[in-house]
Design a protein around this ligand. Structure first.
Ligand code: TRP
Ligand code: ZN
Length: 887
């Protein structure tokens, strides 16, 4: 390793208040791809709370032309530039700074700051991109009012946008034009945005509940106006929902969404000017799947909801990131659930959330990058936009609602805004609002923010037939994580119900509980290391349904018998636990089968019991159940989730075992699968609504089972669906099924490419399907990289092929010869020269390297060391690989 160039670690405990507070910022841009001039006038004053009289500004990749303080140009001796800090010592109390800098957007491939995408200008400032545009105290606790003047060539950049309201626009000499924007709200610099582009928009005047009229716009490149309806509809739904559920109104007269093809993340909540990855805006039935539609609704909602949870109330520092992200993810989850509107639809969204946690967050919490929801330190903040901060953070917010009830949660939200509107605050302030508004002691709940790792809740039960008592004994523990060897008990809401022998919910009587008399689910509050909960008047030994609705982000241990799981799988009124029972039944078998493959080297000896198959058959044909639920219940745990259950991961054995199970189910249920395939067609015009999408999901799952080991008849079904599909969901599903069937899918892939080569987002799908195909080895990926449509510069494209191989094709990525690890190292290094944020995400594919067999481990370590030994690594990648290699 290279201690000399180790980047510094930043600690939460080192927070100090800003020395100067900014009142107004006036920005002038002369936009030119090769040489953009930025003039910046900052009016600031000394912060009485700070002992320091030094003005501290951040700046990166900037060429400083002039720096004036209160009208006087400063000589180079009057300030200091060290790394990315510009310091002016001994400044007066009232300061007007005028700063002129140059930057080169065309060379900005990191997509942070001001950059060019397809010939137009866009910005991305979160977390620390504003400092790549101008010198500024680029920290979220410095909030100011912005006025922005944009000047650019009119023919090339006919549309000039920034935050807030357009107050002036007009012509300039030399074919240039200008637009002046003013944002009436104070904001941190990370919410600044500009767009100068050749775009068109769908727009609409929309009347708020209060009667005020606002202008809504969705801006896209020419040729995409046929793909903006769903984003616009989702925006209107979001506005309405936040009014109704939280009493929060849009505070601007104009709200804009802009889609851009080159973007590091999903989207960005810049005040009044949300900038989106095209993936989360553009949709029509021809090019977008049901999952794409759901993603658009969720992300449009997410960014819109940030206007209150993030923008009006923002973060004091980046350690508090989950204050806005966890809360806003929770809000977008609730929005999506409410948009479906049915209990079963709500349960389906909840199951999806549990799957994401298990697939990505639990592994993160158990790996080298484990961190608390509110981290204590980081090297590069961009590495902490994680599933822990987002999804586990949302679980933490959800637990307030579980503990306080919906009304109590709403009271807490109201108090949070009453106290903190216009402020930059901490996670503790949110917790205090929830506690104070409800008169509750939530001090222990703080540990959800400060302790990393996934808690394990272990349950035992005992039944006393004489006294008619049923006891549930809950205990908790949490594995050690980096820097946190010992954990204190969490405050865990554990929702519980009891099923009788007929599968009916028993009415509950919890000793010492104050729940309603007819309750069939109660929330147990586990706060100690171990606690006993007693249910009275229980006439028979019940089957406990524990952790209903996944009431806490924990691993639940309970020694269920197969019979008990089958009982829950048939009857649990809680759909999440009903699904969970099926997952437990499947996981038990998958682990046994995997062990057998590891021991015997092949699948010849494997067997699957008829009990499990019959349970699956019964569920598949139960038409009283939502198709969407049946689909989720029939999907086996993913290879990644199976791997997480193993001491020593054998990726090929997992794949073989899971495929065996899929093949066996497919053969045994062939008749029913075909019948359900036929019964769940969605003829007529495409609609992305939850019921239709659920039918397609179930139908396409049936298809995939039928195609594991297809005969001519099944192949024909898939081919016909591919040829005749009226929408991308069905077309893509048919193609994936054909690819996975093991036959020659090349003609279909070719036809698909020809049909969609001009639709970038569909070309991404085309790469992604191939990357995750069982037959795609590293040589095939290298070959795909030679395809003219492939480029590492576009994050969506890089992710579609490279990430879907490293993360979505474990059996090939972990090929015994280690060739894919060498490929990974090569790509991390190459990407790091283009876009460190994307490179660091790829670097994380190696997080779990210590869990593989020694021979693989050694090769993974070599690859990590090869990356770590590079002389010019970004902080982003360096942090990830050094943490992976640390003990
Ligand atoms: N705040 C954004 C969101 O959650 C996240 C985001 C968008 C982001 N672009 C980014 C974070 C670039 C870091 C870097 O909606
Ligand atoms: Zn967000």
């Amino acid at each position: 390793m290279r201690p000399d160039s180790t980047p510094p670690t930043i600690y939460r405990k080192d927070y100090t208040v800003p020395s100067y507070l900014v009142e107004t910022v006036e920005l002038g841009f002369d936009l030119d791809p090769d040489r953009t001039i930025v003039a910046n006038r900052i009016t600031m004053q000394h912060n009485p709370a700070s002992p320091s009289r030094s003005i501290v500004l951040h700046g990166e990749e900037l060429d400083l032309v002039e720096l004036r303080l209160n009208g006087r140009a400063l000589a180079p001796t009057e300030y200091k530039i060290e790394g990315s800090l510009l310091t002016i010592p001994r400044a007066p109390a009232q300061v007007v700074l005028e700063i002129e800098t140059l930057c080169t957007p065309i060379q900005n491939t990191s997509l942070s700051g001001l950059y060019v995408s397809n010939g137009s200008f866009y910005t991305q400032c979160e977390a620390e991109g504003f400092r790549r545009i101008t010198y500024f105290p680029d920290r979220p606790d410095v909030m100011a009012k912005y006025t922005v003047m944009l000047r650019a060539d009119k023919a090339r950049y006919p549309v000039l946008l920034s935050n807030g309201n357009l107050i002036e626009s007009g012509e300039l000499d030399d074919g240039r034009h200008y637009a002046k924007w003013e944002d009436p709200f104070k904001k941190p610099s990370y919410l600044f945005a500009l767009v100068a582009a050749r775009l068109v928009c769908q727009e609409e005047h929309y009347t708020l509940k209060s009667g005020r009229e606002v202008l809504l716009q969705v801006w896209v490149e020419e040729g995409n106006l046929d793909k903006t309806d769903y984003a616009m509809q989702s925006l209107k739904n979001s506005i309405r929902w936040d009014e109704e559920r939280f009493g929060l109104e849009l505070d601007l007269d104009r709200f804009m969404i802009v889609a851009v093809g080159d973007f590091n993340m999903g989207a960005m909540e810049n005040k009044g000017l949300n900038i989106f990855n095209t993936k989360f805006v553009l949709a029509n039935p021809r090019v977008a799947t049901d999952i794409d539609y759901a993603g658009i609704e969720a992300v449009v909602g997410h960014e819109y909801f940030h206007n209150w949870t993030g923008n009006r109330v923002t973060c004091r520092d980046w350690f508090q990131l989950s204050l806005k992200e966890g809360l806003t993810v929770f809000r977008d989850q609730e929005f999506s659930a409410d948009m479906i509107g049915t209990d079963s639809g709500r349960a389906v969204t909840r199951i999806d959330q549990v799957r994401t946690l298990r697939q990505a967050q639990f592994p993160e919490d158990a790996g080298p990058m484990a961190h608390p929801v509110r981290p204590d330190s980081f090297v590069e903040i961009n590495n902490f936009y994680t599933v822990t901060v987002y999804e586990k953070g949302a679980e933490v917010v959800r637990m307030y609602q579980t503990l306080l009830g919906r009304d109590g949660f709403r009271k807490g939200m109201d108090l949070y805004f009453a106290r903190h509107d216009g402020q930059a605050v901490e996670c503790d302030d949110f917790r205090a609002a929830m506690a104070d508004a409800n008169g509750r002691d939530l001090r222990q709940f703080e540990r959800w923010y400060s302790q990393a790792g996934t808690p394990v809740v272990s349950a035992r039960t005992r039944y006393d037939a004489v006294k008619r008592n049923f006891d549930i004994i809950l205990s908790q523990r949490c594995p050690a994580t980096a820097g946190q060897p010992d954990k204190l008990p969490f405050h865990i809401p554990v929702a519980v119900g009891l099923l009788d022998a007929n599968g009916k919910d028993l009415p509950l009587l919890l000793e010492g509980g104050d729940h309603p008399k007819d309750a069939t689910t109660v929330v147990l509050e586990l706060k100690e290391q171990e606690q006993i909960f007693r249910f009275r008047n229980v006439d028979e030994r019940p089957v406990p349904s524990i952790l209903r609705d996944f009431s806490a982000p924990v691993v639940l241990e309970y020694d269920y018998t197969d019979d008990e799981l089958l009982h829950l799988y048939r009857h649990d009124s809680d759909a999440v636990n009903r699904w969970e029972a099926g997952q437990r039944l499947a996981m038990e078998r998958l682990l046994k089968l995997t062990a057998q493959v590891t021991a015997h080297g092949d699948a010849a000896v494997l067997k699957l019991d008829s009990t499990f198959i019959e349970a699956q058959r019964a569920l598949l044909v139960d038409e009283s159940l939502d198709p969407a639920f049946r689909e989720l219940a029939l999907i086996l745990p993913s290879e990644t989730i199976i791997a997480e259950q193993m001491e020593v991961v054998d990726p090929q054995a997992i794949h073989t075992a899971r495929q065996f199970m899929r093949r066996t189910i497919g053969a045994a249920l062939k008749t029913e699968l075909l019948a359900q395939y036929r019964a769940n067609q969605t003829p007529g015009a495409y609609s992305p609504d939850a019921l239709s999408a659920g039918k397609r999901a179930l139908k396409n799952l049936c298809l995939s089972y039928l195609l594991v080991a297809p005969e001519a008849a099944e192949l024909k079904v898939a081919q016909q669906q591919f040829d005749n599909a009226s929408n991308m969901t069905d077309r893509a599903a048919a193609l994936v099924a054909l690819i996975h069937s093991g036959g020659d899918a090349a003609p279909y892939l070719q036809a698909f490419y020809q049909d969609f080569e001009n639709e970038a987002l569909v070309v991404d799908k085309w790469f992604a399907m191939q990357a995750a195909a069982p037959a795609t080895n590293v040589a095939a990926v290298r070959k795909l990289m030679q395809h003219p449509a492939f480029t590492l510069k576009n994050p969506n494209r890089a992710r579609s092929l490279i990430f879907n191989f490293t993360n979505g094709n474990p059996a090939q990525f972990h090929a015994a010869d280690g060739s894919a690890y060498a490929f990974w190292a090569e790509l991390v290094i190459q990407l790091d020269g283009i876009n460190p944020q994307v490179a660091a995400r790829l670097a994380r594919s190696m997080d779990r390297w210590r869990r593989y067999a020694p021979a693989l481990q050694e090769k993974m370590k070599q690859a990590l060391e090869q990356v770590a030994a590079q002389s010019k690594l970004s902080n982003d990648v360096q942090e990830v690989v050094s943490k992976a290699l640390a003990n």
